[in-house]
Design a protein around this ligand. Structure first.
Ligand code: UGA
Length: 395
């Protein structure tokens, strides 16, 4: 354990700690550090095994409450994972999606700017917008973004997230880092419709559900869109690399100026050098350090089309069940607007540039696609334990 993680007086606030990524982060903090956790969410079902942990305090609340926001910002490190992030909700609930992904994070950012907390804000790979099939690598500080028309409500989420990023980057005095996840997958992702959630979850949980129920996997617009699926375990390793670099500055014992890559900020990003966590002013250098930076977090080697993903998942499921893959229903194509409702649109390719995380943090995702899919699907099958609903034929 590095000294930064050995400090039992340090508390990290995790907003959205009951969610998919939050629950993995909470476990990792308890296992890899001596820190305390202040966890905020509206739902704690993924955290049953942690509810009485001596180093955890949980608050059932959301960021709509200004008193909650103030309280969270009193901790030196705040990770904000709270969001509505399932595409099926971007069409019918655009206003709620915008409140959750812009209004609430903006209020938290303002409170962190006042308190001096380091805000690690989870944004999305979707801020790169309506990419085309031949879009190249998406580079954090270079790639332009194009969105669909205002009638394509799909983009309510991406534009709210983008505005939140810009607000955060423009706030004087805020020490911030933005994370852009590229399709994280793993245990506890999303929900099973009709069991612990309603509507359409993201593709992995949706395909897993269909396989368990013996239904055809639905390929939206033929499944031509491509994604780079990234194991949640790689995502957690990224966060620890980030914490390690950033806290080299913010966990100083008193008034010393701490130098090193993690202490620098990107030029012109609105950082005033103000400090309320006991450390002297940080420096200012172009493209160095972990503050005032947005990072892609993804695995560029795991790119697959959704149609290929469906075949991979059918094969894994057949192996898990000991049946022949040909006994499982064939995937079916469905039109996007028919499936999700009017206003659906899509990004056709999302390939992250991973150079910045590698350069500034020495981080590179390692877990191959097949391993990540096998882990996710095996967990789903075991967790939901609905073998009786599977109508697949025996060989
Ligand atoms: C979603 C969110 O909007 C992003 O913010 C988030 O960062 C991202 O997931 C993520 O998990 O990182 P998207 O990748 O479009 O974006 O989400 P999915 O619902 O998983 O869809 C992926 C692709 O599969 C899309 O092309 C979609 O049309 C397709 N799909 C989805 C199907 O073909 N069948 C399904 O049953 C579900």
């Amino acid at each position: 354990m590095t000294p930064r993680f050995d400090d039992s007086s340090f508390t990290v606030a995790i907003v959205g700690c009951g969610g998919f990524i939050g629950s993995h982060l909470l476990d990792a903090v308890l296992e890899r550090t001596r820190w305390r956790v202040f966890g905020v969410d509206l739902d704690f079902y993924r955290l049953q095994h942690r509810l009485n942990h001596e180093r955890c305090e949980f608050l059932c609340a959301d960021l709509a409450d200004p008193a909650v926001v103030e309280r969270i910002a009193q901790f030196p490190l705040v990770v904000n994972l709270a969001a509505i992030c399932t595409p099926s909700r971007y069409m019918g609930e655009a206003c709620e999606v915008i409140r959750s992904n812009y209004d609430h994070p903006a209020a938290l950012a303002e409170a962190c700017a006042k308190s001096g907390a380091w805000l690690v804000h989870f944004s999305t790979s979707e801020i790169y917008g309506r990419t085309s099939p031949d879009s190249g690598e998406l580079i954090e500080d270079e790639t332009p973004a194009v969105f669909g028309p205002v009638t394509a409500s799909r983009w309510s989420y991406a534009t709210a997230k983008l505005l939140a990023e810009r607000f955060i980057a423009g706030l004087p005095g805020l020490r911030w880092t933005v994370v852009r996840p590229f399709n994280f997958v793993g245990p506890y992702m999303d929900f099973m419709p009709g069991v612990d959630g309603e509507g359409i979850p993201r593709v992995l949980a949706n395909f897993s559900t269909a396989l368990l129920r013996g239904e055809p996997l639905k390929l939206v617009n033929g499944g031509k869109a491509k994604r780079c699926f990234t194991s949640v375990h790689d995502a957690i390793d990224f966060l620890f690399a980030l914490f390690d670099a950033g806290l080299g500055c913010t966990l100083g014992s008193g008034n010393e100026t701490v130098s090193g890559a993690g202490c620098k900020t990107a030029a012109g990003a609105g950082h005033s050098g103000r400090d309320a966590v006991g450390v002297s002013k940080v420096g200012s250098a172009p493209d160095a350090g972990v503050f005032s930076q947005a990072f892609n977090v993804g695995n560029a080697e795991n790119e697959v089309s959704i149609a290929e993903l469906a075949q991979k998942m059918r094969t894994i499921f057949a192996k898990l069940r000991g049946v022949d893959v040909s006994s499982l229903p064939e995937p079916q194509a469905v039109a996007g607007e028919e499936y999700y409702g009017a206003g659906y649109d899509d990004s056709m390719r999302r390939m992250p540039s991973v150079a910045k995380a590698e350069r500034l943090l020495g981080f590179r995702a390692r877990i191959p696609l097949d391993t990540a899919l096998e882990e996710s699907l095996s967990w789903f099958v075991k967790h939901y334990d609905v073998a009786e609903t599977c109508h697949c034929e025996e060989p």
